[in-house]
Design a protein around this ligand. Structure first.
Ligand code: SF4
Length: 217
């Protein structure tokens, strides 16, 4: 199993209603709720973000395909919205996506581009069975840690943050082996290689600390 994003999207909220700061690989942005829901509308709300994800993925996928084909279609627009219906306890969501090509296109191109839009990665996620796993932690859980050292560097493992994604095991099996005890063998690779791999842990369960000279054996 490998996560799609190298680092998870990270969100934080404080007491201010309902401003969230979302960190992603290249910066931060604010999300909020509309005024009618008690927020300040200072950023996109979660529904808008979900539809933005589909709209942008659709546009980027179409752009790639059109460019590959060499078709003269410069500008494309997408409108996306959704509604929900309830049948007893069962909630169903329908997303409508309108794609407009601001150039002349043939009927054959229109059909093919509709197929391409439907095959964009986010369409595939939303259109297929999807599971959400929620792991909860308290500060005390997060404080729990186990150290492994080779004298030069110390790997700190926080078991409560480990989601068993196996990225470490697959990336550096000489060091990380869940069937061995201890499961981290600090002699299995160089310090640089261990540090490089721990930096790829998607949850922050693994971190590395470079030991000071007096701590080295
Ligand atoms: S330590 Fe990190 S990379 Fe390794 S299994 Fe746990 S979550 Fe995955």
């Amino acid at each position: 199993m490998q996560y799609i994003l190298e680092n998870p999207v990270h969100g934080v909220i404080g007491p201010e209603k309902y401003k969230c700061t979302i960190s992603w690989r290249n910066g931060k942005f604010i999300t909020d709720e509309p005024v009618k829901s008690g927020g300040q509308d200072a950023g996109p709300d979660p529904y808008t973000l979900l539809l933005s994800s589909l709209a942008s993925c659709t546009l980027a996928t179409l752009r790639m395909y059109i460019d590959r084909k060499g078709w003269a279609i410069d500008n494309i627009e997408v409108n996306a919205n959704m509604y929900q219906t309830k049948d007893g306890d069962k909630l169903s969501t329908t997303i409508d996506r309108d794609v407009k090509f601001l150039s002349e296109i043939t009927e054959e191109q229109r059909k093919r581009l509709a197929q391409i839009a439907e095959s964009c990665p986010v369409s595939k996620i939303l259109g297929n069975p999807i599971a959400i796993r929620t792991f909860t932690f308290s500060n005390a859980d997060v404080e729990k840690k186990i150290n492994y050292t080779n004298g030069d560097v110390t790997v700190v493992w926080k078991p409560e943050l480990c989601k068993h994604s196996a990225r470490c095991v697959n990336g550096l099996p000489e060091v990380f082996d869940v069937n061995a005890k201890p499961w981290i063998d600090m002699q299995g690779a160089t310090s640089d290689r261990i540090m490089e791999q721990t930096a790829k842990c998607p949850t922050g369960a693994l971190t590395t600390v470079k030991n000071k000279p007096e701590q080295q054996g």
